[in-house]
Design a binder for this molecule. Structure first.
Ligand SMILES: NC(=O)C1=CN([C@@H]2O[C@H](COP(=O)(O)OP(=O)(O)OC[C@H]3O[C@@H](n4cnc5c(N)ncnc54)[C@H](OP(=O)(O)O)[C@@H]3O)[C@@H](O)[C@H]2O)C=CC1
Ligand SMILES: O=C(O)C1=N[C@H](C(=O)O)C[C@H](O)C1
Length: 255
């Protein structure tokens, strides 16, 4: 049995991930944490995240799945790593400094961790297509447009930033990133990134390769958060069998 704990269990992703974990015959939900404790989820009562250290010590999970917020994830990762708990981190919006802090804690705790801004399998294919298009269409103008629901806190999305990173790595000359445009804004060697927020859009990412006389658009649309939740549950099962270290979705789904 894989013993699973979830931080952010009251949230949109945490709720769906906990339902999926409860439905897995080889998984056991042993702890759930959020800013507000008390709710019953399957066999467990949600704990207040301020008690994370004692909760992890008592529940002894094999893996912690985190879908919280940019300002919260580092503390949760540090607590898990210090208690020898492997990690699946889906939270987005943290900067390079916070990323480095998490990497340090994961190394010091000698745990295995997978951190990904998008756990859908389709997005892994999308990223591969972007790398190929970037290589084959070098010189074309590149714009990334993402759209999400009106409750999303971070912008642009972690997936849009990952797409920019993948495209940049495939190009021989690295472009700068331009976040939106206004006023006099002549186009240079750049990737434009644009965030749309509205209604209940689950998550759309479109990359435009605009050339002379033609253009290509590569698009991924999530119809349901189940695409992300299923990938996170798969990652939880996978990460407990890995050697200590930091992994990406690319490591998990590579052929
Ligand atoms: N990698 C992926 O595939 C995906 C990533 N995401 C990312 O996951 C994150 C969560 O998204 P979503 O579920 O929609 O957001 P929600 O706001 O619905 O859920 C986050 C939950 O975490 C709680 N929380 C805040 N701080 C802490 C803390 N310190 N410890 C424990 N819980 C805390 C929030 O409480 P409160 O509401 O009271 O603040 C809330 O219940 C975002 O960063 C989002 O971008 C989302 C979808 C897919
Ligand atoms: O907050 C969301 O909802 C999502 N966030 C992730 C991101 O920032 O890339 C992934 C997905 O698009 C949904």
């Amino acid at each position: 049995m894989v013993r699973v704990a979830i931080t952010g269990i009251n949230g949109r992703m945490g709720t769906m991930v906990s339902e999926m974990v409860l439905a897995q015959p080889d998984m056991e939900l042993v702890a759930g944490l959020d800013l507000k404790g008390g709710k019953q989820v399957g066999p467990i009562k949600v704990s207040d995240v301020k008690d994370i250290d004692s909760v992890l010590k008592a529940a002894k999970p094999d893996v912690l799945i985190d879908f919280t917020a940019a300002g919260a994830v580092v503390g949760n990762v540090k607590a898990a790593a210090a208690n020898g708990v492997n990690l699946v981190v889906g939270t987005t919006g943290f900067d390079e400094g916070r990323k480095a802090e998490m990497a340090e804690a994961i190394k010091a705790g000698k745990v295995a961790a997978i951190i990904s801004p998008n756990f859908s399998i389709g997005v892994q294919v999308f990223l591969k297509l972007l790398a190929q298009a970037a290589r084959d269409l070098e010189g074309c103008d590149i714009e990334i447009i993402e759209a999400h629901h009106n409750k999303k806190k971070d912008a642009p999305s972690g997936t849009a930033l990952k797409a920019a990173e993948v495209i940049s790595s495939a190009l021989s000359e690295k472009p700068r990133l331009v976040f939106g445009r206004e006023g006099v804004a002549p186009r240079g060697r750049e990737i434009g990134i644009h965030a749309i927020r509205g209604g209940d859009i689950v998550g759309d990412h479109t990359v435009l390769f605009a050339c002379e006389g033609e253009r290509i658009e590569i698009k991924h649309q999530a119809h349901s958060r189940s695409a992300f939740a299923a990938g996170a549950v798969k990652a939880a099962r996978w990460i407990v069998g890995q050697k200590p270290g930091l992994y990406s979705m690319g490591d998990m789904v590579k052929p």
